[in-house]
Design a protein around this ligand. Structure first.
Ligand code: MN
Length: 252
């Protein structure tokens, strides 16, 4: 088995190393990850400058690009054959609800899924996790990897997994929930008297939606959400049909 591991926290992060280590018993693990923290770059792809990949250890590549770049480089440049599985993580901090649209972790798995490969993302719900937390997330990831390597995933599906820190009661299938953000921009003054703005730091809450990823983590459950890239809102078709878009172009 050949497993490609990546994440946006950077190639030297504790999480990615714990994940690679846990998966190594299943086959050859090749890590291709950004050379620094590239969190919250979502699905960004570098097109305007060339990329370099340095093999800092056998089968561990540091790339001066995004997580999505890393998946592309890994699959089309660095690996001689297609991986059987792509895993992105273990991220420092959860990726729940609407957050996944910013997430480099989740979008790396999405990129692999777009290429037709089975993939999942895994995140720990704490910025200050313990070795035990890391171990729990790595063990669970290995279990999921075994399952996927044996049974595959439904078509066009990838998984977003979140693990609570401080121990968990079990695991459950969830759907994507909704985050609530407080005052998300901090305004301050630099030493030269100019304003600067810092996004984040506000109180983050979530809507209480039973069965959601946010609720699961709040209940100390591991959350496993099947995702797809098709964002079409089927429920909106009925309302939008009334716009008679065909008449816009003069056909009605
Ligand atoms: Mn990250």
């Amino acid at each position: 088995m050949l497993i490609l591991v990546t994440n946006d926290d950077g190639v030297r992060s504790l999480g990615i190393r714990a994940l690679a280590e846990a998966l190594r018993v299943l086959g050859r693990v090749v890590t291709v990850a950004p050379d620094r923290n590239r969190s919250a770059v979502a699905h960004a792809l570098t097109l305007e400058h060339p990329l370099r990949a340095e093999e800092i250890k056998p089968d561990v590549f540091a790339v001066d690009g995004t997580p999505t770049d890393c998946v592309n480089l890994g699959i089309h440049g660095l690996l001689q054959e297609l991986p059987d599985l792509v895993v992105s993580g273990i991220n420092r901090g959860s990726n729940l609800g609407d957050d996944i649209t910013y997430s480099g972790t989740v979008c790396a798995a999405m990129e692999a899924s777009l290429m037709g490969l089975p993939a999942f993302a895994v995140s720990l719900d704490s910025l200050q996790f313990t070795p035990d937390d890391l171990h729990a997330a790595a063990e669970f990831s290995r279990g999921i990897a075994v399952k996927i390597l044996k049974n595959g995933l439904p078509e066009r599906t990838f998984l977003n997994i979140n693990v609570p820190s401080g121990g968990y009661c079990g695991a459950q299938l969830t759907r994507q929930g909704r985050r609530r953000y407080g005052a998300a921009v901090t305004v301050n003054q630099d030493p030269r008297g100019r304003h600067y703005y810092w996004i984040g730091g506000g109180e983050v809450g979530f809507e209480d939606m039973p069965g959601s990823d946010c609720n699961a983590i709040s209940d100390k459950m591991i959350s496993v959400t099947p995702l797809r890239t098709d964002l079409t809102n089927d429920a909106a078709f009925a309302a939008l049909r009334e716009w008679s878009l065909s008449s816009f172009s003069g056909h009605d």
